[in-house]
Design a protein around this ligand. Sequence first.
Ligand SMILES: [Zn+2]
Length: 234
Amino acid sequence: MDKTVIRFRHCGKYIYRFSDQNATSCSFYKQNQSCAQSDLCPICHEPLVLGLLDAPVAIPYPFTNGHQVSCAFLIGAKDGPSSLRESQESELHVGLSNTKGLVYNYTLSGVRTDEHGWEQCICMQLVPPWRDALSDSWDKELQLFSTLPTWIPELFHEEREFGSCCYGFALTFINHMRSLDIKGSLSRDEFTGMHVLPRMKQATMYIKVYEEILQHGFYIVDKDILSLVSASGK
Ligand SMILES: [Zn+2]
């Protein structure tokens, strides 16, 4: 997913397509010479003359390099960002970054600290960068926490019965840090509802729009689904 998705309005609809779309970028345009020019509206086939409020807007890419965001909760997928969608939850893996870009995650072989592999993930920074003391203790606490006997390989399967095991590792640590910051614990449902689901929805929509554009050259809807999701996800 290396193209930028843009959105504009025409004919009363919201139209998504790639910013650099041209005649060779999709099969639809090859078949339909009338649409070969990317400056035509795919509905009315008129040249696009866009007003201020209809001007193209770039849709933010929902995936981030988790090694470059400190103290963050990360959701990654084995098969790359295109499988980061709600319907494929079983393929998802979560981890926690420290301030040095190391990603701690609980797996079948115990806790791993990855220097690579989380370059394209859904990323939620949990400690604001200006809270130096909390960031410092995050690194120390995470290092200690990952050596606890709770996170040995042998217990990985047992924990699985209660949901995803990597998730349990991350959420237990987040609650530990919240308690040091004199904040109450979050249940799995609370954390998922507040932080995970809105971001997963946004990513799912983005992937859907991206795949539609790949297939048809554009994607037309009545409502601006991607902005709606990002607004409600904040
Ligand atoms: Zn039009």
